[in-house]
Write a protein that binds this ligand. Structure first.
Ligand code: EPZ
Length: 422
């Protein structure tokens, strides 16, 4: 297992290109199962999670060609030769559950392994199953798999209100509804930019969808979809992560491809903490307004609120702020595992249930720390960039799931960072 060594090296300045969104790509890829014509994605991120989804789709009989050094994914599923999404792949990546809706909608049956939990929480899929049942799916849960059949051979439109916002369940339902008989209305649907991107891609494929970006999606089912080419939307979580580099280290960084509408609530928090975010013709330029940042309180919420996927990274910044910040994590039940690792670096953090109280310190100190999940891993890198001395982050396979070429992108801004091969 590789590690990454970071040496605090003062202010960092430069330009960082932002890649296509992992969490958009992971729902756009299963959409290929909805039709027998080619679906091509451009601006695809080059990440291990994308490789895992590629492996899963290929196991179902889809053809997935990774072109132009991984930036283009040319996919087609003339017919789905195998309708079983195997545990050995699904257990590696929860997003695998997103093949369930498309397979059910296309062929009326599917067998998908339950994903199992993960470090940040139990992360059940009950909402995915309930909305598909509302659309006429008959589900039999046995041997750790969901055995699903569409009653009468085809899903039917339904009106379904989610009891709380779920990104994945909204994505599964949205894809399934495109081929269902009749009209589907999804209420309290997720509004994330990744959902908007999926809707736009499905519309290019011939789907009839209204309301993306709002909490009510209306889909008129059609008999078949056709192929399309679609660019993956910019990754707002990678964007937010790199916006924090000048905030925590000083200096000025331009995030190429960044858009303010993708990170509204996050940018507002940065502004309140004393970090300026300026739109340029290439993206977003970020710098401290003056010296040390100040403490702010953060509560994670579904979009357009503060993203849970930026909570760990924001905590790293607030560890060095002047004053006391309270972070409330309202989406996942165990998403503060970066706190004890940051504490090893001299941070002062008290975690009580879903709240973390951070008392800022002048300087963090480098230490050996361990990545526990994807976003925790990058928060430790951020802390290491600002700390005195050396930080070694172990288990960086977590990092490689969601951030491509981290060392290269940070070195371009003057960071002293290198990968230590295991
Ligand atoms: C997506 O996960 C993202 N992953 C997550 O990003 C992100 O943190 C999350 O949305 C919230 O924004 C992908 O898009 C691949 P949810 P998802 O369904 O869809 C509970 C990252 O770091 N829930 O919105 O799984 C669930 O346990 C990852 O890139 C149920 O109880 O998230 C959680 O507490 C981490 N039953 C809450 O809802 C369900 O059926 C929100 O989950 C579904 C979800």
């Amino acid at each position: 297992m590789d590690s990454i060594l970071v040496r605090g090296n003062g202010a960092l300045s430069g330009a960082i290109p932002i890649a296509g969104a992992k969490n958009a790509c992971l729902t756009l890829m299963p959409a290929t199962l909805l039709c027998d014509e080619p679906l091509t994605l451009t601006n695809a991120p080059r990440l291990s999670d994308i490789a895992t989804m590629t492996q899963l789709l290929q196991s179902l009989g889809a053809e997935v060609a990774s072109l132009q050094n991984g930036l283009v994914l040319a996919m087609s599923s003339h017919d789905i030769a195998n309708h079983i999404a195997d545990y050995d792949i699904v257990r590696k990546m929860r997003a695998s559950i997103l093949v369930l809706g498309p397979m059910l909608a296309r062929d009326g049956h599917a067998v998908v392994s339950l994903p199992g939990g993960c470090a940040i929480g139990a992360r059940p899929v009950d909402l995915h199953l309930r909305v598909l049942e509302a659309m006429g799916a008959v589900l039999d849960l046995r041997d750790g798999y969901v055995h699903a059949k569409a009653a009468g051979g085809r899903l039917k439109g339904a009106v379904f209100e989610f009891p709380f916002v779920s990104v994945g369940a909204t994505e599964n339902a949205l894809m399934a509804a495109t081929l269902a008989r009749g009209t589907t209305v999804l209420k309290n649907a997720a509004r994330e930019p990744e959902i908007v991107d999926l809707a736009r891609c499905l519309r290019k494929m011939g789907a009839e969808i209204e309301g993306e970006g709002t909490s009510t999606l209306t889909i008129q089912g059609v008999d078949r979809l056709h192929g399309a080419t679609h660019p993956v939307v910019t990754d707002r979580i990678e964007l937010g992560t790199y916006m924090l580099v000048p905030a925590i280290c000083g200096g000025e960084v331009e995030c190429i491809g960044g858009r303010l509408d993708l990170v509204g609530a996050f940018a507002e928090k940065l502004d309140a903490a004393g970090v300026s975010v300026t739109e340029t013709d290439r993206g977003l330029k970020v710098a401290r307004k003056n010296g040390r940042v100040t403490a702010v309180n953060v509560t994670t919420e579904p979009f357009p609120g503060f993203p849970t996927d930026l909570q760990a990274q924001m905590m790293a910044l607030l560890c060095t702020a002047s004053g006391v910040s309270v972070l409330e994590e309202k989406i996942f039940e165990n998403r503060f595992m970066h706190a004890p690792e940051l504490t090893r670096m001299g941070a002062r953090i008290e975690v009580h249930g879903g709240h973390a109280t951070v008392t800022g310190v002048e300087k963090l100190r480098g230490a050996r720390v361990m990545a526990t999940d994807l976003r925790a891993s990058v928060s430790l890198i951020l802390a290491g960039l600002a700390a005195e001395g050396e930080t070694v982050v172990s288990r960086v396979y977590h990092l490689d799931r969601g951030y491509e070429r981290v060392e290269e992108k940070l070195r371009a801004c003057g960071a002293q960072i290198e990968r230590i091969k295991a």
